[in-house]
Design a protein around this ligand. Structure first.
Ligand SMILES: Cc1ncc(COP(=O)(O)O)c(C=O)c1O
Length: 426
């Protein structure tokens, strides 16, 4: 596979088990794990398998996917997404700029965000990008800007449906108390405003209720809400032809090896079964996490194993600056010690930042862990790299990408014990 003009090295991976990544070696004998840590390591083969599964399940039903760039904006990841013909979902002018630079077709880019600046709105208008408008106030500003620019703005109204996604409260976005979207009580006024302003071209409705949703019920309730709103507010009569249901499909953070690819078939099936909007309406989705989370791993080295009064604390060279999710919303990430064969013990795993919340895990079982051991923090392909911070003047962690090339004597990837040749690009 062509890796553009970036350096390509051949690496070999020995999988003692698929869950362990022992002995990643460069072809000149250098270990990947001898490189400076922490770093993100991406499995491009898994990324492709995931994108393919999502694209196939969506295509079959005539659904359109816009990848939520906020999950991971690493150029190599984004380039893979572009290859699968997906659109992009952006929430800032810089994401919009990145999406266009990476080759997403402007027609397939959507732009949400509760606090778009005038410059960002103008950028979307100039490029013909669809604006997911989040308030009546934003709609009024957008109308003024498009009139002055002499170019019509394509508009979807993001509605807050007050549907509980039953996920962590900090990744809940579609409840009355959340800041996102237009309250249904203002939908009529918003529709009329669009109809009365030639500068606005209303195309449909947008929803996004939250993230890491693992049961069908919230999506079913969303469908029921959408069906009602579409009918009661006669969205067809206002020219509605597009319905965007956002993202939200969760992944298995506890068993990433057993469930590397989310069940996109069942996910899209929920909508096929429960949506009752007219047939001509185009259905769109904006998954982020489910497309990229499992292909990424954060590789970190153990700096110290401290003994507290009662606890053993593993201090790693990665922390909340490379993976904010545990500190931000007590998120769980599976952690493996890639090099230890020692008997298990109980540990807390913590980063080096000067914050008590810089904790990856508490009371977890790991093989006996020592200074210098390499740990893999799993499921870090989404909302890790893209949320990274330079707090404490930390350096930005690098990313490495590998692609297992199927070995000549064993055509399968998952259960092989032979070394695999891998292309690695960094
Ligand atoms: C508007 C919008 N769409 C899509 C997404 C992607 O969600 P997820 O990563 O859960 O699929 C988000 C995430 O916050 C969002 O705010």
């Amino acid at each position: 596979m062509a890796m553009n003009d970036e350096t390509v090295n051949l690496f070999f991976i020995h999988f003692n088990q698929i869950t362990q990544m022992h002995g990643l070696l460069t072809n000149d004998g250098q270990g990947l794990f001898d490189q400076k840590t922490p770093f993100y390591l991406y499995d491009l083969e898994l990324l492709e398998r995931t994108l393919q599964a999502a694209a196939m399940a969506a295509d079959k039903r005539g659904y359109k996917i816009h990848y939520a760039l906020k999950a991971n904006n690493e150029p190599e990841v984004v380039r893979q997404v572009v290859r699968y013909g997906m659109g992009a979902d952006c929430v800032s002018g810089n994401e919009l700029d990145a999406a266009l630079r990476h080759g997403f077709d402007a027609e397939g880019v959507v732009f949400a965000g509760v606090g778009k600046t005038d410059e960002e709105i103008l950028m979307a208008i100039q490029n013909g990008v669809l604006l997911n408008c989040e308030s009546l106030e934003e709609l009024m500003v957008t109308a003024g800007l498009s009139e002055r620019a002499g170019k019509q703005a394509r508009i979807a109204l993001r509605i807050n449906p007050d549907v509980d996604p039953c996920t962590h409260k900090k990744i809940t976005t579609g409840l009355d108390e959340n800041k996102f979207g237009i309250h249904p009580s203002q939908l009529q006024e918003s529709l009329d405003f669009c109809r009365d302003h030639d500068a606005l071209h209303f195309v449909g409705l947008h929803f996004h209720i939250g993230s890491q949703i693992l049961t069908p019920e919230p999506f079913i309730r969303l469908c029921e809400k959408v069906n009602r709103l579409w009918e009661v507010y006669r969205i067809d009569e206002y020219g509605g032809e597009m319905l965007n249901l956002g993202g939200g499909l969760g992944i298995d953070y506890y068993h990433p090896e057993q469930h590397p690819v989310p069940d996109f078939e069942s996910y899209f099936d929920i909508f096929s079964q429960h949506l009752r909007v007219p047939e001509h309406v185009h259905i769109h989705f904006e998954p982020g996490r489910s497309l990229v989370a499992q292909c990424g791993t954060l590789i970190t080295r153990v700096l110290y194993v401290k003994s507290g009064h009662t606890r053993k604390m593993v201090i790693t060279d990665a922390g909340m600056t490379e993976l904010l999710r545990p500190a931000l919303y007590q998120a769980f990430h599976k952690i493996d010690n890639l090099v230890s064969g020692r008997p298990e013990a109980q540990y807390d795993v913590m980063g080096p930042a000067c914050e008590s919340s810089d904790v990856f895990a508490k009371d977890i079982q790991l093989p006996g862990t020592c200074r210098g051991d390499i740990l893999a923090v799993r499921s870090c392909g989404a909302y890790a790299q893209s949320m990274s911070l330079q707090y404490n003047l930390r350096e930005k962690a690098r990313s490495y990408f590998y692609r297992p090339l199927l070995s000549a004597n064993n055509g399968t990837f998952s259960d092989a014990t032979e070394p695999f040749a891998c292309e690695v690009v960094d």
